[in-house]
Design a protein around this ligand. Structure first.
Ligand SMILES: [Zn+2]
Length: 145
């Protein structure tokens, strides 16, 4: 493993610095702390699909309404969540997608990226054992699936 420099989000001087959505980033931190033992990098941008994203349909993973990509500037990864496909009022769908994408960050960051292969499903199992999908796991008011 190697470490990447830490960047401040929205740092001055980075023209294309992308900002995280505050709420999504909050959930990212909660899920990271509670279920990934804080092993995921903090300099990940977590945002909703915006008007600069073309081909939303194609980029969204099948059955999951978001995607993860390596960031070019200021962040290690970018997690993009579709608001349209994870409609409110609760955060359930968005957080389920977020948790899924966070496994991609985990495996990718450890150079074990295997899309939805064995490493991925092992992680899914680990998170299930750690209670991610239990009632009220992320927040008392929020249950995934
Ligand atoms: Zn996936």
């Amino acid at each position: 493993m190697f470490s990447r420099p830490e960047y401040v989000e929205g740092m001055v001087g980075m023209e294309t610095a992308v900002r995280s959505d505050k709420t999504l980033k909050r959930y990212y931190r909660i899920i990271n702390r509670k279920f990934f033992n804080d092993e995921l990098p903090n300099n990940v941008c977590v945002r909703y699909v915006n008007e600069d994203d073309t081909d939303e349909e194609e980029r969204c993973e099948e059955n999951y309404f978001g995607w993860t990509e390596e960031a070019t500037k200021g962040h290690s990864f970018v997690i993009v969540i579709s608001k349209a496909k994870n409609p409110g009022p609760t955060m359930t769908g968005r957080c389920a997608t977020l948790a899924h994408e966070m496994i991609h960050v985990m495996t990718w960051n450890q150079n074990l990226k295997d899309d939805h292969g064995k490493t991925f499903s092992d992680w899914h199992e680990t998170l299930t054992k750690r209670g991610l999908f239990r009632k009220g796991a992320v927040l008392r008011s929020l249950t995934l699936f």
